[in-house]
Design a protein around this ligand. Structure first.
Ligand code: ADP
Length: 389
């Protein structure tokens, strides 16, 4: 029987999954991809790699065990009777103890869950499917892959905050996120023989962050202690003067929970536009507030790309990835226009066509559009832990 690995990429409201098999060289290849929705509109959808729909079905039970159970049943029976060898998970936060992918024993699942205070809104979404599978298929090996791990190579001063020393010893430092996405891009750049280039990767999705990388190593990133820092996001504020937080707490008497809600759920593109967190909707809107939100998104992205180029001591390559990075030619153009002074020039028609290389021949910096494949990275990590035999 061909070895099947299930890669789960849990977000806050949905889970993407990939079903991987091994090719003759022992490399994981994707046989199908899909997504799971939870709650009242619970659903499983999957497509083969050629785009053919394999399943698109409402599910009767919207809780974790109901939805994850439906996925396992579908993989093991309807999708061709596969036997799942192991399941890999994207876990948002590894704290200061989890870096390499690990077999998730009951003790380690508890330890991962104990990191929830470091990522209160995202870590529970990482842990829930792991707990569900541990209950539904206790014998199935589960491997945790940490989104913070790729940034372990960031050294001081880039990972340090200017707080009293003792805070850092308690883990208050820049961790960085979107690590599996950045790792996916790093491995593609290496395969193209371009790992030595000073590269900034712009992961622009609902969440958004930048990574400065060279030789496959992260040297700086815009997300920090939490997934709030850095760029303007769909509903998150990105970098904010901490004095604003004090003002809201002390003067407006906001509670910590209210503040968390505003910073994570009500800010970013949604907050500034008052219309939507979704870039497509903002681009389609004639409302000037939509334009202002996009302008701020672009301004901050360009500013931070320049800052990360400084960390790298120059810039050879800029990579756009994730929903906005891969699909919005207007946002890419607006960001690159602001970076023209660095030597970036776009080829307009390549940019409109979302070509793999969108810079003009005269550009001193190569600008690329690359889809990130977090599920393949997860599957590779699973194989590192369980072996290919
Ligand atoms: P997530 O972080 O949830 O995985 P994605 O990477 O899918 O998010 O990115 C979602 C964002 O990408 C949304 O703001 C969406 O509007 C934007 N997006 C997707 N397709 C397009 C498009 N064709 N044009 C502009 N923006 C797009």
């Amino acid at each position: 029987m061909n070895k099947t690995i299930l890669a789960l990429n849990a977000g806050s409201s949905s889970v993407k999954f990939g079903i991987c098999e091994l090719d003759r060289a022992g490399e994981p290849t994707m046989a199908a991809r899909g997504s799971l929705q939870f709650g009242p509109s619970a659903r499983i959808k999957a497509k083969a790699e050629d785009g053919k729909s394999l399943v698109d079905r409402a599910l009767p039970h919207g809780d974790q065990e109901g939805v994850i159970g439906a996925l396992l049943d579908w993989v093991e029976t309807e999708s061709g009777g596969r036997e799942i060898s192991a399941c890999g998970h994207r876990i948002v936060h590894g704290g200061t103890s989890f870096f390499d992918p690990v077999l998730l024993t009951p003790e380690r699942i508890d330890a991962v869950e104990a990191l929830t205070p470091l990522s209160p809104l995202h870590q529970p979404g990482s842990v829930a499917p792991i707990r569900a599978i541990a209950k539904l298929r206790p014998q199935l090996r589960q491997i945790g892959c940490f989104d913070t791990a790729f940034h372990r190579t960031i050294d001081p001063p880039a990972n340090r905050f200017a707080l009293p020393r003792g805070y850092e010893e308690r883990g208050i430092r820049r961790y960085g996120f979107h690590g599996l996405s950045f790792e996916s891009i790093a491995s593609r750049l290496a395969a193209e023989g371009k790992a030595d280039r000073r590269t900034v990767v712009a992961h622009l999705g609902n969440g958004a962050s930048l990574c400065a990388m060279r030789h496959g190593r992260s040297l700086d990133t815009t997300m920090g202690f939490s997934a709030l820092d850095g760029l303007v996001m769909g509903t998150r504020c990105g970098t904010l003067d901490p004095g604003v937080l004090l003002h809201l707490l002390q003067h407006d008497r906001m509670s910590a929970d209210e503040l968390q809600h505003v910073l994570y759920e009500k800010s970013g593109l949604l907050g500034v536009s008052g219309i939507s967190a979704d870039m497509r909707e903002l681009e389609a809107s004639a409302d000037p507030k939509a334009r202002e939100a996009i302008e701020l998104f672009v301004f901050r992205a360009a500013r931070e790309i320049a800052a990360l180029a400084n960390t790298l001591g120059g810039l050879d390559c800029l990579v756009f990835t994730a929903g906005i990075g891969e699909k919005s030619s207007a946002v890419r153009k607006a960001i690159c226009d602001r970076l023209g002074w660095l030597g970036i020039a776009l080829d307009e028609s390549s940019n409109l066509a979302h070509d793999p290389i969108i810079s003009a021949a005269a550009s001193t910096i190569e600008v690329k559009v690359m889809p990130a494949d977090e599920e393949i990275v997860i599957a590779r990590h699973v194989l590192e832990v369980i072996g290919t035999t």
